[in-house]
Design a protein around this ligand. Structure first.
Ligand SMILES: [Zn+2]
Length: 259
């Protein structure tokens, strides 16, 4: 029974893979050197991890109870995470590596600049259909008692719930008393609405909570959060790999049986 369960899950994954290859082949003709780099990475078997540090530049995101800007915490965690992933042999792509908003030149007015920034982030997400997409943010709420990281996912990819669950468990290990549950993202979340690759919105904690805000402002804790995300992601990837090898074994077994 278990074998068939695995096989059923494998089919959409394969369908998605072949679909992505087609998309990549079409867009490859018109895209920049950056994409060629990604295509080369995929050809060499390197998994692409796309990291999005939420907000930046004119958009500070949430402001902590201690005055810290969400955009700065997001960037620090993402850079630490990116280093860990690069050292481990992944091909890491970032939406930003500086305190900037990535709107087009010539766009005026904060509102328009924010729209342009989001459009450009989405364009990067779509440019790497074979990636795993992680967007890092910090939460806030009117009730200052709320604390702890929480994972948000869509059902656009069959692996998202599992990725979210593994990641949530890793955050529970880091943050004592964090019993938050993974949550389905509303359909209106721009970057995730039509994102087909495995994708996760990671809210690392609440800047409206005194303890979370203090922790998340500390460079040491930011490194711990980065390692937590790194551990969750690698555990998920290992699980996917194991499923594939179980599946391959299953196929060989059926083949032999048929002989
Ligand atoms: Zn945010």
């Amino acid at each position: 029974m278990k074998k068939f369960g695995v096989l059923r899950e494998k089919i959409p994954f394969l369908a998605l893979l072949s679909c992505c290859v087609v998309v990549l082949a079409i867009s490859g003709a018109v895209k920049s050197a950056e994409e060629s780099k990604s295509t080369m990475a995929e050809a060499s078997g390197k998994q692409v991890i796309l990291l999005d540090a939420g907000h930046g530049g004119i958009d500070s995101g949430g402001i902590g109870i201690n005055g810290v800007y969400e955009k700065d915490i997001n960037l620090s965690i993402v850079k630490n995470l990116g280093s860990l992933l690069t050292l481990s042999g992944y091909d890491v792509v970032y939406t930003r590596t500086e305190d900037i908003s990535i709107y087009d030149n010539g766009v005026e007015g904060i509102r328009n600049q924010k729209v342009s920034d989001m459009e450009n982030r989405l364009e990067i997400v779509e440019r790497y259909p074979e990636s795993i997409f992680l967007s890092v943010h910090q939460n806030q709420y009117t009730d200052k008692a709320y604390f702890g990281g929480q994972m948000f996912y869509t059902t656009n990819n069959s692996g998202n719930f599992r990725l979210a669950t593994i990641m949530q468990n890793k955050f529970a290990e880091l943050q004592t008393g964090n019993d938050r549950e993974v949550k389905l993202i509303d359909n209106n979340l721009y970057l995730f609405k039509d994102t087909k690759q495995p994708a996760l919105l990671i809210e690392c904690g609440f800047l409206s909570n005194e303890n979370d805000a203090a922790n998340l402002s500390s460079p040491e804790y930011q490194k711990k959060v980065a390692f937590t995300i790194f551990s969750g992601l690698t555990e998920y990837l290992k699980e996917v790999e194991n499923k594939e090898s179980i599946n391959n074994y299953g196929e060989t077994e059926s083949f032999l049986y048929m002989q």
